[in-house]
Design a protein around this ligand. Structure first.
Ligand code: WTA
Length: 657
């Protein structure tokens, strides 16, 4: 349970650093203050109104079926096609020449511009190619790709067909990919030979090949985009080049309108157990939730805005706010393939200048990195086109908020600090531009139609000025429907702590005005650079190493990445001292099992772990060590001398980077 009396928060409140909504924005804001009351008075009517912004095949009979909680059905009886809504309808409305994506490759001058009409042709071609390969409605298709336009085309082709996709972040290892393929039974994979990152071509296809071996004969076809031209191993009969299959396919395809509750995608995310959870999102409600929030929270003016979300498509932000929300709203976007520092550290600001980006959505971790690099870099570019800034993925510290506001936004752009999760599918808590004050560090309050509360241990709402747990009280359209193949775990994980409440796993505090401040996870989930990692998942990876007997991982505070994994490892007797390279070996092993993002910042080889009499590891004490603090109360330890043994090791085998 985080300390609710966070000093930073009370200091800020005293300083009264809060920003009133600019009057000119308020006058033209898409959503006005009255929406909160309107939605509170008739929540389902409010969501039905938002659903009317989309094109349906058949209109729904019932907005919400909540007779069997926590299993929700939204827009029951309605039929809809997500790809049609994201692409075809804009072309049909005469906006085919509008740019959908300004795509910017990492190598300089490697750019493409794709209009909505071109995107429609590409999506239809890809759909026909998938059909030719044998993909049918309901089949699961894994997508493991770099940030190239084909990734959006692939997702939309799957959606069009009704074949749920599961996008696996390109930074995950072949092990991680294989376990996801297996869990959802994906029989097709769409990938690329590789992509560009940090100035050189990295490979993707070899990991797919390995995952195919690991999963036996599960995968029937692998569709491969040629991005870098590097050599790839080829499996005749299984592997197919994208340019052959898609390039030769017809641009004619009539979309089927799918049931509103038809599965759209599965996105794996880390939970408190070792095995990632397959979050299931369905079609109608998800599209309503993402398109409405994208339009409302970013105060989107689709005719004039140029929107850029820097997330990778391998995470939920890339799904909801790069593909489905923005495309359903018909806006022009920027998509960038590479890293912020390639070929130079001002690349992002150069892109904003070159494309006249008006709305920019990124993560606090990135902002902190730029702060470290200094304001000279952004100051060298003309970013006067910007009018709105967004933040997502982790709590934004007030210093980063102020820097973002001043240096990037020139003090002209409201900031929307958006709280949501893979599970929620859509933004849940955020200021509304033109309506809500901005307070550095607060996500403010639940959007219209969303009921977010902070409760105490008993599930009772806390008063203003108090802290507790964040819960959601009413179903919302883009909510997860279940965990793929595991209804029980879905109930148990999110709905069992207090009756009738969705528990998000985050601690939160209400300030004196009743506004919400997120205080980070209260479970075993870490937030590393805005990416979710589970301590248990990294522990499982470590103990799968032949030299490891036991491992405990904690998320330690980290100035740049928010949190960083720190591991305490007991070696097997047979391993002796593990050898000189043991720390490097273990870090490489975690990268192989999960992916480079999960590599512990620090690994300490220790003789014992602190445990209670019932055998539970006291992570709190390990966290004290990882954060270089005085160790807290050790009286509940079975053996209180253990901490002395561990402390004696501090600094001897850290492997800290
Ligand atoms: C955290 C990312 C504070 C939170 C969209 C949540 C945030 C987890 C914010 C979900 C924010 C996300 N302020 N914390 N604005 N946004 N989080 O599933 O702990 O990758 O539970 O979804 O990120 O991470 P996920």
């Amino acid at each position: 349970m985080p300390d609710p009396a966070t000093d930073a928060i009370s200091n800020l409140l005293h300083e009264e650093r809060r920003f009133a909504p600019p009057a000119d924005l308020a006058a033209h804001a898409n959503v006005q203050a009255e929406a909160y009351d309107r939605a509170a008075a008739d929540r389902l009517g409010f969501w039905a109104e938002q659903a009317d912004r989309l094109d349906w095949g058949r209109r729904w009979d019932q907005v919400l079926d909540w007779t069997n909680p926590p299993f929700a059905k939204w827009f029951v009886g309605g039929t809809i096609n997500a790809a049609y809504n994201c692409v075809d309808r804009h072309v049909a409305a005469g906006r085919g020449d509008k740019v959908a994506f300004h795509w910017v490759g990492e190598p300089a001058d490697d750019t493409r511009t794709i209009t909505y009409a071109e995107l429609k042709d590409d999506v239809c071609r890809a759909t026909n190619a998938l059909i030719d390969l044998g993909v049918r409605k309901g089949d699961r298709v894994a997508i493991y790709m770099p940030m190239i336009p084909e990734v959006a085309v692939a997702m939309l082709a799957c959606a069009r067909l009704g074949a749920p996709h599961t996008v696996v972040f390109g930074g995950f290892s072949s092990e991680a990919l294989a376990s996801r393929l297996e869990d959802c039974g994906a029989t097709f994979v769409i990938t690329a030979d590789g992509g560009y990152r940090r100035g050189s071509a990295s490979a993707l296809k070899p990991a797919v090949d390995e995952a195919c071996v690991k999963t036996g004969d599960l995968v029937r076809h692998v569709l491969v985009v040629r991005r870098t031209g590097q050599d790839v191993a080829w499996h005749d009969g299984r592997d197919v080049w994208w340019h052959d299959a898609v390039g030769s396919a017809s641009t004619e395809h009539t979309p089927e309108m799918h049931d509103s509750e038809h599965p759209l995608y599965v996105m794996y995310t880390s939970g408190t157990t070792g095995k990632p959870k397959g979050i299931l999102h369905t079609t109608g409600g998800y599209l309503v939730g993402t398109s409405f929030t994208h339009w409302a929270v970013f105060d989107l003016k689709p005719d004039t805005d140029v929107y850029w979300c820097t997330a990778d498509v391998g995470w939920v932000t890339g799904h909801s706010y790069m593909v489905y929300g923005p495309l359903a709203n018909g806006v022009t976007q920027v998509m960038y393939e590479g890293t912020p520092d390639s070929p130079h550290k001002g690349r992002w600001w150069e892109i904003i200048q070159d494309y006249g980006v008006t709305i920019f959505y990124t993560a606090p971790t990135a902002i902190r990195t730029f702060m470290k690099w200094g304001r000279d870099l952004p100051d060298g570019f003309d970013m006067s086109s910007l009018r709105l800034l967004g933040s997502v993925g982790e709590p934004i510290n007030p210093e980063a908020y102020m820097w973002y506001r001043e240096v990037i936004g020139g003090n002209n752009c409201p900031i929307v600090d958006t709280w949501w999760q893979t599970e929620t599918g859509q933004i849940m808590i955020s200021p509304l531009p033109g309506v809500t004050h901005g307070k550095p560090g607060s996500a403010m309050k639940g959007l219209p139609g969303v009921v977010a509360q902070v409760v105490n241990d008993e599930g009772v709402p806390v008063g203003n000025g108090s802290g507790g747990y964040l819960v959601l009280r009413e179903p919302w359209p883009a909510m997860l429907r279940t965990l793929w193949g595991d209804d029980e775990r879905f109930k148990e994980t999110y709905w069992s702590r207090w009756a009738g409440m969705y528990f998000a796993g985050d601690g939160a505090k209400l300030d004196e005005d009743g506004d919400i401040w997120l205080l980070g996870r209260v479970d075993d989930v870490m937030n590393v650079s805005g990416h979710r990692l589970s301590t248990t998942e990294i522990e499982s990876a470590l103990v799968s190493h032949p030299k490891v007997a036991e491992a405990a991982v904690v998320g330690a505070n980290d100035e740049m990445t928010g949190q960083a994994p720190c591991a305490f490892v007991i070696l097997r007797e047979s391993a002796g001292d593990g050898g000189a390279d043991i720390v490097a070996d273990l870090r490489a092993h975690v990268a192989k099992e999960i992916g480079a993002i999960a590599k512990p910042r620090q690994i300490m080889i220790v003789p014992e772990l602190p445990k209670t009499r019932s055998g539970k590891i006291m992570r709190r004490l390990l966290k004290d060590i990882a954060e270089h603090r005085e160790v807290g109360d050790v009286t509940t330890l079975a053996d209180s001398t253990v901490m002395d043994l561990i402390k004696a090791k501090e600094g001897t085998s850290s492997g800290e980077e």
